[in-house]
Design a protein around this ligand. Sequence first.
Ligand code: HEM
Length: 372
Amino acid sequence: TDQVPFYGPVQAGIVTPAQDRLHFVAFDVITTSRDRLIQLLEDWTAAAARMTAGRDAGEIGATAGILEAPPDDTGEAIGLPAAGLTLTIGFGPTLFRDATGKDRFGLAARKPAALADLPHFPGDTIDATISGGDICVQACANDPQVAVHAIRNLARIGMGVVSVRWSQLGFGRTSSTSTAQATPRNLFGFKDGTANLKAEETDLLRQHLWAAADDGSDWMAGGSYLVTRKIRMMIETWDRTSLGEQEDIVGRTKGEGAPIGQGKEFDEPDLTSTSIRPDAHVRLAHPTSNSGAHLLRRGYNFVDGSDGLGRLNAGLFFIAYQRDPRTHFVPIQLNLARHDAMNEYLRHVSSGLFACPPGVSGPDDFWGRALF
Ligand code: HEM
């Protein structure tokens, strides 16, 4: 069926085979009341359990309530299936201690060391108004209306407690997260996700994806850390670049997606060979070049219209999950930011970092309960 179970030891939407559509939102908490925040997390969890099962956000539903009050569901998903909807929550560094250093909710002592602010990377052009946030929710589904409906209803339920800081729509997954999926393509036209961590690689997932109790924050056991980067891709410039140069920049062929010098998509790149350039993306991002670090990438293409200069405002909304960004995203991105030949065609415009807690065990549990 097209329904992904909501309850479980880990949150859905991480190793779940990547769906086709994304609506990602970051909220700021605008109440100072710890109790109101906890109540919202309980309300959100109940609504998320319903919506991921293909039901209305509220118990009464979009059309069955009294005429004198706004409905407890907004209605645009009436008649639509669950469409593989997953909702995944994460907590940003500012929830634990805000930008002014204030511990609004008595959580500062619970802040995981792995949630250390990301450094400024060479070449970064980060817009703070579309970065960060106290809480994020990633909605993924195979129908864009289902994903948007879910985020809209969470924002509606959160009125007065949270406000939307920024949000991003994505179409076309740019990764596969299961060996059962065909590798999709990103807006450079290349297969993306070939060498990604996959749901079937349980040993690697244990080592590189899931936080463990003895990592330092017991409430994060079975959780994972999420890094988002909105990366504008200069596609008009890319489209005037020769095929050979495009392939050399990526380090893979455009058709098959094979490492340069090899024949098949899933052949292991031979990094001892000089046929893969020193500044090729796959060489610099490969675990061998980064002390063995693997990421689980789960990004989406975006086109936010055009930019007024005749160019598409397009790119990759990069999403990566990992056990510890300090040993995974940060060193890999430092390597890429310094040396990647692809940088000429890229601009990082937003950045996010969130601690995604373990899964919700059942109707009596709620998102992040172990944190509070
Ligand atoms: C691999 C594209 C940004 C990490 C790849 C591949 C492509 C690609 C085409 C080869 C296929 C594959 O194995 O998935 C892009 C584009 C980007 C981008 C277009 C920006 C718009 C990033 C960033 C990171 C990253 C920001 C992490 C900091 C990786 C990793 C691999 C990879 C870890 C696998 C390398 C391997 O083990 O062979 N990327 N990428 N990429 N990319 Fe990116």
